[in-house]
Design a protein around this ligand. Structure first.
Ligand SMILES: C[S@@+](CC[C@H](N)C(=O)[O-])C[C@H]1O[C@@H](n2cnc3c(N)ncnc32)[C@H](O)[C@@H]1O
Length: 222
């Protein structure tokens, strides 16, 4: 192992411990979710073995970064939840909200229902299907998404799920600014206001998570 690799590993372990301490104290269900992903989640093929070592720093901590941008109650939909990122983390940290997890793959829905039940998260509602199938079915106060599609496509999928004043909070990476530029027309077409690219952080000193936030300002006919 090179010196740089050692330093990186130390940083990962330090951050994992800090994250685990923080979530373990404040949100025990997030810690229980980490344990479930690392055991049953790996067995069921929901998460790769390589990801287990960076579960906190790359996945849970990253997922938790959306939470400060979300309302404390109302309906929050997570589109393309997969293994439950960020949806299950959001449900654990926003216990007063109804969290709707929209996921087309049956195997993933079975997992999401199992893990929500295991963690005692009564505010989770798993709906199998594509986001498009739920347009007009309900009006969410917020929608979250991580690693589902570039913003242009994501806007088409998610903005119609929002009521007026609702917010899309998407986890993004370094391409966020370019995605916003490419999505300008689509955002306007679906009633979105200006997209904000924000650095998000739940642990001091770590700010490499990028969140794109868009409010739905208008709805056709209103
Ligand atoms: C790359 S995975 C990301 C999963 C999870 N959000 C994460 O960050 O680990 C993308 C997920 O989006 C789901 N998906 C793809 N198209 C979708 C759509 N139109 N509506 C809802 N979910 C969709 C896939 O089934 C898959 O679970």
């Amino acid at each position: 192992m090179t010196e740089a690799a050692h330093q990186l590993a130390d940083r990962e372990i330090g951050l994992s411990q800090a994250s685990r301490d923080y979530f373990g104290l404040a949100f025990p269900a997030v810690e229980a979710f980490a344990d479930a992903l690392a055991s049953e989640g790996e067995v069921r093929g929901l998460i790769g073995p390589r990801e287990i070592d960076r579960l906190w720093t790359r996945h849970l901590f990253n997922s938790a970064a959306v939470v400060p941008f979300l309302p404390t109650s109302g309906v929050i939909a997570d589109v393309g939840s997969g293994a439950g990122l960020p949806g299950i983390v959001v449900a654990a940290m926003r216990p007063e909200a109804e969290v709707v997890l929209i996921e087309p793959m049956d195997r993933r829905c079975v997992w999401l229902r199992w893990v929500a039940d295991e963690l005692g998260l009564e505010n989770v509602d798993v709906r199998r299907g594509r986001a498009e199938e739920y347009h007009g079915a309900f009006e969410a106060d917020a929608v979250t998404a991580r690693a589902v599609a570039a913003l242009d496509k994501l806007a088409r999928l998610t903005l119609p799920l929002l009521g007026r004043g609702g917010v899309l909070v998407a986890l993004k990476g370094r391409s966020a600014e370019q995605e916003v530029a490419a999505a300008t027309k689509t955002l306007r077409r679906f009633g979105g206001g200006p997209a904000e690219v924000l650095q998000a952080s739940t642990i001091e000193g770590v700010d490499d998570t990028v969140v794109v936030r868009v409010a739905r300002e208008t709805i056709k006919g209103s």
